[in-house]
Design a protein. Structure first.
Lengths: 378, 257
């Protein structure tokens, strides 16, 4: 009922002689105007002013769901406080509206949601953590079985997927690997050469760079870039398939998702990660060479220092390590994808969590390898 | 063969965490019939379907498919059961990186040692069965929702299963496409003797295809009614069931029910 000039909602409250409160509602009670009146009405009735409430709605020109909800809310508050409520003067058509939304009150009471205490929450979180660990372990087990089966019967591997993933995760990553590696070598050599120069030892910065790249930084940075580029892509891809029920479809076709989707990805990652590590190492050394020669040393000195310091064992150890990091990154990405919940938001969460878990696991694996290499005397 | 149960659901209970979806439900699906599971949203239709195809493990009870318990079957036994069933998911669940033909060929490649040209030929006939000739080389993203569902049926039928499960085949389709899908289902059931288990709440579709329906209910946590749609419409004692099949609003006195 849009009048020529819309009348805003108005509210007036006054005490009635017997100690009750009279609220006079008037004007248009619609979604746009009820808000202001609502706050006022709640303040007036909540302020402990007690007593019964009389709502006089004879001045209401228009009332929609918002207005009706206001009246209903006032009534509920009064009932909850054990006080009287009387409504007068509301036009019959609006009373019908009120009746339409009111029956909700007679609905059978739902069981009130259980509020959990600290201990219960702690226990639940611990159980969740355990369940996560179990799922992870089961996944690792299944992956191992599937990988072994794939190696025994290579025809079972989906080579098309394998090649596609290897191309995307490998060749596609070359530019960023080269750039990051180059800058890493540049910065590392510069930063170490400057303090070493004070002792006249800046020539040994080349040794440092060679060893650091081959043993630690090459595999580490390659694995981190693989997590960011491909681990998240695996999680998002498999997560979308989960949301689209494609993973369910695979399992009811009798095709285990792990064999079908995870094995080609893990194998592809294992194939490309040593290559990426080598490119990273090479780019790092080139970056170092740029700085080293700018200090006035000839290139041949640099090459001979690096070859002198870093052994084939260093390089090989790094490459072996990178294989394991590749498995971890790909497997975690796929696991997070398969664990995706429902909806588009869940896919994003899976991608994020694949990168976070990937980086944490890389850090842990680096630690484990440091200990192993130390014990082995590499 | 007709009349003998192909699926036997026994005392099946499903839970999500602490919440019971349905409790102690038992029924049979007979060979060759079109069996419809229906119910309001939240009544557990899809949950029932996912138990029947072994995606969910029951909290209690069993689902026997031709005498084999699908929930406890593992490895080779499970694959043997799964090879005999086909499933069409609500969204179609076609593999987005493959063309329709490749989608349909996939089960053939994985489970048979047919030569490549035979696989190709079989996959094309399946697509022809659902009237998708000419779309073999399209990707799922390039075709309409109704076509996706039909392609999904073709893929579900790739290995000529005796049992096809369809999850809401007509949801989101226009009436004509939906009716075409119904006639495809009927044709397959009558000519090939395939048993269908269909989850739907499309009334027109139920009348068109269903031999028997069960109606699940959220409040009862189980089966509210079972029978042919006509029986339920005319003879059910439950006002909710009658109203559903007559497509009427519920009588006022049972609203709060």
């Amino acid at each position: 009922m849009p009048g020529p000039e819309p009348h805003a909602a108005r509210l007036e409250g006054h005490r009635d002689p017997r100690g009750g409160l009279v609220l006079q509602l008037a004007g248009r009670l619609d979604t746009a105007s009820t808000g202001a009146v609502w706050r006022e009405a709640m303040q007036l009735t909540r302020g402990g002013s007690a007593g019964d409430l009389f709502v006089d709605a004879s001045g209401v020109e228009y009332c929609d769901g918002a207005g009706a909800s206001l009246i209903l809310a006032l009534r509920r508050n009064q009932e909850a406080a054990g006080r009287g409520f009387t409504l007068r003067g509301l036009r019959p058509e609006y009373r019908q509206l009120l009746d339409m939304i009111a029956p909700a009150e007679h609905a059978p009471d739902e069981v009130p949601p259980h509020r959990e205490g600290f201990l219960e929450a702690l226990g639940r979180a611990a159980l969740q953590l355990l369940a996560d660990q179990r799922a992870f372990l089961a996944f690792v087990g299944e992956l191992c079985v599937s990988l072994a089966a794939g190696l025994r019967h290579p025809r079972q591997i989906r080579f098309q997927d394998f090649l596609l993933v290897a191309e995307r995760a490998g060749i596609g990553a070359l530019p960023i690997i080269a750039i990051v590696g180059f800058l890493l070598g540049l910065i590392l050599l510069f930063q170490s050469a400057v303090p070493m120069q004070r002792f006249g030892a800046d020539i040994y910065a080349a040794d440092l760079l060679g060893i650091a790249m081959f043993r630690e930084l090459g595999p580490l940075m390659a694995a981190i870039l693989l997590t960011a580029r491909s681990g998240s892509a695996f999680a998002a891809e498999l997560g979308t398939m989960k949301v689209n029920e494609e993973i369910d479809a695979l399992s009811t076709m009798g095709l285990e998702p792990v064999r079908f989707l995870v094995v080609p990805r893990v194998l592809a990652a294992v194939l490309v990660v040593p290559v990426l590590t080598m490119v990273m190492n090479l780019a790092g050394l080139v970056g170092g060479a740029v700085v080293f020669t700018s200090f006035g040393y000839p290139l041949v000195t640099y090459v001979s220092r690096v070859l002198d310091a870093a052994s084939a064992g260093d390089l090989l150890g790094g490459l072996v390590k990178s294989l394991f990091l590749g498995v971890i990154v790909a497997a975690v990405g796929c696991l997070r994808g398969i664990q995706t919940g429902q909806g588009a938001g869940a896919v994003g969460q899976s991608a994020t969590s694949s990168v976070v878990s990937g980086i944490i696991l890389i850090a842990i694996a680096e630690g484990v390898f440091a200990v192993i290499f130390y014990v082995l005397g590499w | 063969m007709a009349g003998e149960p192909i699926i036997r659901v026994e005392h099946l209970t499903a839970k999500y965490g602490e919440r019971t979806i349905f409790d102690d439900v038992s029924f049979d699906v007979k060979r060759g019939e079109v069996f419809v599971i229906l119910g309001g949203s939240g009544s557990g239709k899809s949950t029932m379907l996912k138990h029947m195809i072994g995606l969910y493990r029951p909290a209690a009870g069993h689902v026997w498919i031709e005498g084999e318990d699908i929930a406890s079957a593992e490895g080779e036994a499970r694959r043997r059961i799964l090879r005999r069933i086909g499933v069409m998911y609500q969204s179609g669940a076609l593999f987005g990186s493959m063309t329709l033909l490749q989608n349909v060929k996939l089960p053939l490649e994985e489970f048979t040692d047919l030569p490549a040209d035979a696989r190709d030929c079989i996959a094309r006939t399946k697509l022809h069965l659902v009237q998708l000739d000419g779309f073999e080389d399209f990707f799922p993203a390039e075709i309409s929702g109704g076509m996706k569902k039909r392609a999904a049926i073709a893929r579900a039928m790739a290995l000529d299963p005796e049992l096809l499960f369809l999850d809401e085949p007509s949801a989101g389709l226009d009436p004509i496409t939906s009716a075409e899908l119904d006639s495809t289902i009927l044709r397959l059931a009558r000519t090939l003797g395939v048993t269908f288990v269909v989850v739907t709440h499309e009334l027109a579709s139920i009348y068109a295809i269903a031999d028997r329906v069960i109606m699940l209910d959220q409040r009862k946590r189980g089966i509210l009614a079972m029978g042919s749609p006509e029986e339920l419409r005319d003879h059910s004692e439950d006002p909710f069931v009658r109203s559903f099949f007559r497509r009427e609003a519920l009588p006022e006195e049972v609203r709060s029910w």
